[in-house]
Design a protein. Structure first.
Length: 460
């Protein structure tokens, strides 16, 4: 058996044919790219970047510089004027009521908390915060005249309250909070500022950060938006709240979509590779020829010498103080030269929004930075601002450990809170509704108010 076994030759297994080398993985095409050669895309992007840089160099200043100048030139007319002579009394009252609701709902319930108010303007929210019994209020704004007025307002509050219990401490500083970190301000450093924003530790020392009607200026570019969120997150302690009000990108998207549907061309255009590259990059925002911008809040108005050139009509975020010597019955209109450049316009006799550059046909603002429009509000605002695409903002906030807790447009706030046991009577005291329950805000004022929404994030 052994010999027989040894004499039998084993059959060699049949060798499988060697497979050809694997093909390299096929590169996925970026959606909307239409298979355009990368070189062409880069060429278009480079051209756009050069154009933006040339525009900024020609203007000699950024939008934030104009915002500061603009607010330093808005005349202060006082509360009496706003309550009696203003043509947009209802709008001013309504927006102040929404801010009060937002503050009351999200401010810490325990006394002695610390507030950081970014873009505090003239300190219009100081009294709103006083009612919540904080220990410290820190107000920052890039406009020096504005900070001076805020400081004066606080000192007046202290004088009026001399016989009562002491009010909270307050400090003010001139600072562009979208340009650099805040830890060069002594009080910020003292309270607590965590540059690393490490979630393992407590973070900063403030209990709440507020940004009313100013955050949209940060969306001029990604660098500013990220610096803004870094400052918010680094200043907040774990569990702290970040509240604010901004223009509602859903409104802008709906208007842009409606515009393009109405103006859709009957003839489809033949798309060449070069044209496709331009169209694909057409989602990149283009900029108006002037670098101006402004924040909008009924109580944020500043005094100072007027700039050499008058600002162009614009879009800000909420009603600001009156800007002219007379009270216009309609929002200021653009100059003839600017009207020639308007691509899309909507609004009413109180407010107006103009896009001077092309807008995305689908209403989706890609990339989410640099989409400039001009907002004009009667008596209050004439300055450019930027779209804040909501989902992009929310996602970016998550990068800085900020989780969304609350978001409502201004109409929703009224619908939900008008009969609230605290906010209902408050709306009557703030002249939003009459004693018999009638709304003291006109339809056009409400349309202008509805351009905004309120939000709250918390630090995790």
């Amino acid at each position: 058996m052994a010999n027989s076994s040894q004499g039998t030759k084993r059959k060699e297994p049949t060798k499988e044919p060697t497979p050809p080398p694997a093909s390299p993985p096929r590169k996925r095409k970026r959606p909307m790219a239409k298979g355009i050669p990368q070189a062409q895309i880069q060429k278009v992007q480079q051209k756009e970047e050069e154009r933006i840089q040339a525009t900024q160099a020609a203007n000699g200043d950024s939008v934030s510089g104009f915002v500061k100048q603009w607010y330093n030139n808005v005349p202060e007319r006082g509360r009496d004027w706003r309550k009696t002579d203003s043509e947009i009394k209802g709008l001013r009252s309504y927006n102040n009521w929404v801010k009060s609701v937002l503050i009351i709902k999200h401010a810490p319930k325990e006394r002695g908390f610390k507030i950081l108010d970014i873009g505090c303007g003239k300190g219009g929210d100081l009294i709103k915060w006083q009612h919540q019994k904080p220990a410290l209020y820190v107000g920052l704004d890039p406009a020096d005249v504005s900070i001076g007025n805020a400081r004066d307002r606080y000192n007046d509050m202290k004088k009026k309250n001399r016989r009562g219990p002491p009010i909270f401490d307050a400090e003010f500083a001139v600072k562009d909070c979208f340009a650099s970190a805040l830890d060069d301000i002594p009080i910020i450093k003292e309270v607590g500022y965590d540059r690393n924003n490490d979630p393992r530790w407590g973070g900063g020392g403030f209990d709440i950060v507020s940004m009313m009607f100013c955050l949209h200026y940060a969306f001029e570019n990604e660098e500013k938006a990220r610096q803004m969120l870094k400052n918010v997150a680094a200043s907040l302690k774990k569990g702290g709240m970040f509240i604010g009000t901004i223009p509602n990108s859903d409104v802008l998207t709906a208007k842009v979509e409606e515009f393009h549907k109405k103006n859709a061309s009957a003839k489809p255009e033949t798309v060449t590779d070069e044209k496709a590259a331009e169209d694909d990059d057409g989602d990149m925002p283009t900029f108006a020829s002037s670098d101006n911008e402004d924040d909008w809040d009924p109580e944020k108005t500043l005094d100072d010498s007027k700039p050499a050139e008058q600002p162009v009509p614009s879009a800000a975020a909420a009603p600001a103080e009156p800007t002219g010597s007379s009270t216009p019955k309609t929002a200021p209109s653009s100059s003839a030269k600017e009207e020639d450049k308007v691509r899309l316009s909507f609004g009413n006799s109180i407010y107006k929004i103009n896009f001077l550059t092309d807008t995305p046909a689908d209403g989706v603002f890609r990339p989410p930075f640099g989409w400039r429009y001009f907002y004009t509000l009667a008596e209050a605002v004439e300055a450019p601002e930027y779209v804040v695409p909501w989902e992009a903002f929310r996602a970016l906030a998550e990068d800085y450990n900020l989780e969304l807790e609350y978001r409502k447009d201004f109409r929703e706030v009224w619908a939900e809170e008008k009969d609230h046991r605290e906010f209902g009577p408050l709306s009557e005291r703030m002249n939003v509704k009459s004693r018999n329950g009638n709304l003291l805000v006109s339809d056009e004022e409400m349309e202008a108010c509805s351009f905004y929404h309120a939000f709250c994030f918390y630090k995790v």
